[in-house]
Ligand binder design. Structure first.
Ligand SMILES: Cc1cc2nc3c(=O)[nH]c(=O)nc-3n(C[C@H](O)[C@H](O)[C@H](O)COP(=O)(O)OP(=O)(O)OC[C@H]3O[C@@H](n4cnc5c(N)ncnc54)[C@H](O)[C@@H]3O)c2cc1C
Length: 508
């Protein structure tokens, strides 16, 4: 997988995708399988924004049962199965448990009925899934250990718990890189660190983009029959640069944050508990109300979240303050008092943005429920543009199918459903020396900066700063491959530190 920027300007593309988060990458992969000639540009590293920060749960939509939204639940179940078929080594079953309550909708009898219904609706959940990865049925657990450990609500909780299975994606960085590699093998062109600056228009139609290669500073003109805009929070700026207005587009965003604890707090199951009602200082959204917080076992650590709050900073650059880390820690201490959690157990936070909708009084109250695919028409003045807004990592391939159908209609061919083909090359890096990983990352995986290597081409820094020694070794190994000067090594290390500091991590 090479970074061939010159092919962007020279190529004749059917489709150009702007934005290389999971949604853009799923579209790239899907369209390539349909035989469409596709290019993708990403202004930073691939899947380094919101997509790098999810709680990593590939949902089967049990929560939609409560709202009676069976359609979305079925879509989620199919989406989860597709992930598990695509990357069985990385997308693996994970048990989720919540304590039942003595009264109300979490009573064991009602929970048993809900789990039974969930199993019934998802009868085909394991079709085509590797036998080692099959999702078992849900069950009511008796005398739960986790109720003792997570003791905050012992008075209201009974001693039983409801257990169901979803999937967790391990090493999302590898997953996305292998999707891009697979698309490139079939002729797609994808480049990171290429920023779309504005759309090009010809006779009232969008026909490409003006872009800048952020590595060389060179301007690029990239043309395509259709442009798919899947730039998350970057969409508004792009439309503004093109017309001087937002083109009628506006979106509200909520900040979404998970805390990473360096301790393994729960080994067998992820555990969900209702949280405190405290909000981040100055937060006037009500998106957090009546939500569950999950402690999710991941790579010997624990992910804790998800917290939602209103954004004060730009949605393109969300960060976490000390106050926010402290408040999330207070929640965790309250929910899991026996673990004696302190700030030293917090290794970093994962922060991103999610599209939100307004409730009564204009308050941001909920995360947008539906992904959207908007095909612009001549009347809108944006003909040739397809705008996509995903709301869940889990749903990204289903949204990609929708885009593929819209592209097929425009280009005059039919979208053919394809069988998910397992990705190859999903080897882990536990025993591979850093020098060999750096060689592969620089030569074959478009790792341009130290952050790309430490955070996404390997899992060395996924759960927190890996320490000065490892950081130095990684910088040195990349320098050998990419020919960095001593000054470049220092600036790459400084950028790595800055990244961790912005995510509330201790850099020592
Ligand atoms: C804390 C948190 C927890 C979550 N947990 C879950 C979960 O457990 N399960 C689940 O299913 N979902 C979860 N989500 C939601 C999920 O992560 C998102 O829906 C998904 O990652 C969005 O992907 P995306 O590709 O649409 O957006 P992004 O990842 O934001 O990608 C958009 C990309 O466009 C690029 N871009 C912007 N402007 C330009 C430009 N001008 N030129 C080129 N590129 C540009 C950006 O750099 C970015 O990489 C969670 C989200 C958060 C924040």
């Amino acid at each position: 997988m090479q970074r061939r920027v010159e092919e962007l300007s020279n190529g004749e593309f059917d489709v150009l995708i702007v934005g290389g988060g999971i949604q853009g990458i799923a579209i790239l992969h899907t369209l390539t399988q349909q035989g469409v000639k596709v290019a993708l540009v990403e202004k930073d590293d691939f899947a380094s924004g919101t997509s790098a920060n999810s709680l990593k749960v590939i949902h089967g939509g049990l929560r939609y049962l409560q709202a009676g939204d069976f359609g979305r639940m079925r879509r989620s179940i199919r989406a989860r199965r597709r992930f598990m078929q695509l990357a069985p080594e990385l997308v693996r079953p994970q048990g989720f448990a919540i304590p039942t309550s003595k009264q109300g909708s979490r009573h064991p009898v009602l929970m048993r009925a809900a789990l039974w219904l969930n199993d019934l609706i998802s009868l085909d959940r394991n079709r085509g899934v590797a036998s080692s990865n099959r999702l078992p049925s849900g069950q009511i657990l008796r005398n739960c250990d986790f109720v003792r450990l997570f003791a905050a609500g012992t008075e209201t909780f009974s001693q039983t718990g409801a257990l169901w299975f979803d999937a967790l994606i391990h090493d999302a960085g590898r997953f996305t890189i292998e999707l891009i590699k697979s698309a490139q093998r079939q002729g797609a062109v994808a480049c990171n660190y290429v920023c779309a600056e504005k759309y090009l228009q010809h006779q009232g139609k969008i026909c490409g983009i003006q872009a800048i290669d952020r590595e060389s500073g060179e301007s690029l003109t990239i043309t395509a029959k259709i442009v798919v805009e899947v730039a998350g929070a970057g969409r508004e700026q792009l439309q503004r640069n093109t017309t001087g207005t937002s083109g009628g587009y506006s979106c509200s965003w909520l900040k979404a944050t998970n805390l990473v604890f360096s301790k393994a707090l729960c080994r067998d199951y992820a555990v969900g508990l209702p949280g405190l009602q405290d909000r981040f200082p100055g937060d006037n959204s009500s998106a957090q109300e009546s939500r569950y917080f999950f402690f999710v076992p991941y790579s010997g650590c624990t992910l804790f979240g998800t917290f939602y709050s209103s954004l004060k900073e730009s949605p393109n650059d969300p960060t976490v303050t000390k106050d926010e880390v402290n408040l999330m820690l207070t929640h965790a201490q309250h929910l899991c008092p026996e673990a004696n959690l302190t700030l030293t157990d917090v290794s970093m936070s994962h922060v991103g943005v999610v599209p939100a909708s307004s409730g009564p009084g204009g308050k941001l109250s909920a995360i947008e429920k539906r992904s959207s695919v908007q095909v612009a028409s001549q009347r809108d003045g944006w003909e040739g543009l397809i705008s996509v807004q995903g709301v869940k990592y889990t749903e990204s391939f289903q949204v990609a199918d929708e885009v593929s159908k819209a592209v097929g209609t425009r280009l005059g061919h039919r979208h053919r459903p394809t069988k998910p083909q397992g990705l190859v090359g999903l080897d882990t890096d536990i025993t591979t020396p850093i020098s060999a990983l750096a060689r592969r990352a620089v030569r074959d995986e478009m790792a341009i900066h130290l952050t790309d290597f430490v955070l996404r081409r390997t899992t060395l820094g996924e759960m927190g700063y890996p320490g000065d020694r490892v950081a130095q070794d990684c910088a040195q190994a990349m320098a050998t491959e990419a020919g960095w000067s001593p000054a470049r090594i220092q600036s790459e290390l400084a950028a790595l530190h800055k990244h961790y500091e912005a995510s509330g991590a201790r850099v020592i």
